[in-house]
Design a binder for this molecule. Structure first.
Ligand SMILES: [Mg+2]
Length: 174
């Protein structure tokens, strides 16, 4: 069985809208998701990079994120044909471990806990495919990177791109 590694934030967990809303609340700003076309939130307001990271370090930030549309059904289906691992660079936000684990147990309980990988550098992963919204993680990954569309990566080229989970399904299941 081939292995598919799947990122969490912006791939199965809708983190960006909450991050933007929280930042707007705290800093009385009015950033919209459309403003992030091809640009990262931290590059849009570079003077607030520390504050933006601090929002993600709040221990409950990742607890109540919305599930990306169709991700549960499609992963359930892929799970019959592939070995599925959820691989998150949780070391970027060490305070997130408990919330991320509980979120996975709540929404992806059909996967085995042992297939949850909380890592740092995704170059260590040994999988055939990595579905991720951050091209940075493809650089040292030995398998094939599949870019999951997010406003912030709209300008990236050079990777197979999927717009949503139905496209992921079509990519892997004919
Ligand atoms: Mg991500």
């Amino acid at each position: 069985m081939k292995r598919i590694a799947i990122d969490m934030d912006e791939v199965i967990a809708d983190a960006l809208p909450k991050h933007v809303t929280r930042f707007n609340q705290l800093h009385n700003d009015n950033i919209k998701i459309e403003d992030l076309n091809g640009i990262k939130l931290e590059d849009l307001r570079p003077e607030f990079q520390v504050e933006m990271k601090n929002i993600l370090l709040e221990p409950t930030f990742f607890q109540d994120l919305a599930v990306m549309e169709d991700s549960q059904e499609v992963i359930k289906e892929l799970n019959e044909h592939f070995e599925i691992f959820i691989t998150t660079a949780a070391m970027e936000f060490p305070t997130s471990f408990t919330a991320k684990y509980e979120w996975l147990k709540e929404h992806f309980s059909f996967l085995n806990d042992m297939n949850f990988v909380f890592c740092g550098d995704k170059g260590i992963l040994n999988a055939d495919y990595l579905i991720d919204d951050n091209v940075h993680h493809f650089k040292r990954f030995s398998g094939k990177g599949i870019l999951f569309s997010s406003p912030q990566n709209s300008n990236e080229t050079g990777y197979d791109r999927v717009e949503n989970w139905q496209e992921v399904r079509n990519y892997f299941i004919n």
